[in-house]
Design a protein around this ligand. Sequence first.
Ligand code: SAM
Ligand code: DTB
Ligand code: SF4
Length: 329
Amino acid sequence: MLASVPIRHDWSCAEIHTLLELPLMELLWRAQAVHREANPGYRVQLASLLSVKTGGCEEDCAYCPQSLHHSADVAGRPELEVGPVLARARAAKAAGAHRFCMGWAWREIRDGAPFEAMLQMVRGVRELGLEACVTAGMLTDRQADRLAEAGLTSYNHNLDTSPEHYDRIITTRSYQERLETLQRVRQAGIALCCGGIIGMGEGPQDRASLLQVLANLEPHPESVPINALVAVEGTPLEGQPAVDPLELVRMVATARILMPHSRVRLSAGREQLSREAQILCLLAGADSIFYGDTLLTTSNPAVEADRELLAAAGVQAWQEPRVAACVGA
Ligand code: SAM
Ligand code: DTB
Ligand code: SF4
């Protein structure tokens, strides 16, 4: 527990909005104070991402190139089997990754052979000594329990945006269903990875409202991915203007202040950021990135570029599970 940073779950939207709009130097100063205490070495977790089941998803998420509803749908890619997935996990580990995240373009987890394969993948990734994360939509209590038994470290399920802006982005699943999924994950004892996306036409109040829902979850999600929209051609959001990098810095800094112990992951959209903007995000409190040249379907900076980025920033990657490295913290 941090000595001087209170952990709160009662943030008001107005308080968060005020933080988001502080003069940048003041916001960075406050975020730094929290970040330096929580993570004095500025160490960064490298998480590699692999799409196991790509495209053909029945949900209509307006940002997503994997939705059946959009002409961007990247259909026709075969679902990956256990062997090739574990080979990719081994390669990610050899390249220095600490967590291996696997994605399924599903509305919800399906029982049967694909779920049994998912469990084998989780076991295999854990046996390699990596943290394992799955993102595959909604799940049942039983599926959450079985994932926990298989050793799953974390389940990613994003809120994506504010409750107020949500209906303009997704109509096939409700905000409430997302919150219930998060609850199921928690009840099974799996760590939560939950965040959102900026750049989808939301206003400053929406960003504050998304952060309010996240920060008022008790406990806070263990990791909070902050994505900038990757505006993919053929999705309804293809024409959205690029996010101002300083807006992303503000989002990261505010998330850090609100959720001092959470891993704040600088996620999609890094390819559009300069090296300097990424370093500002690290300074503002980001302590994790996706590592490897693809996200799920879109590209991400090359491994070599990220090694150079971390070297330029003078920060190190986690090599061991964080609990072991932080005993007593
Ligand atoms: N189908 C599952 C689900 O929706 O939870 C798992 C995969 S889904 C692609 C995981 C997350 O990726 C989404 O919730 C969204 O936050 C993020 N994402 C997808 N497409 C994106 C894009 N074009 N730009 C930024 N983030 C994106
Ligand atoms: C998250 O918040 N962002 C990642 C991960 N969790 C699953 C996904 C980003 C996807 C970007 C678009 C794509 O590559 O398809
Ligand atoms: Fe499907 Fe997930 Fe994409 Fe939504 S974000 S369309 S649920 S793969």
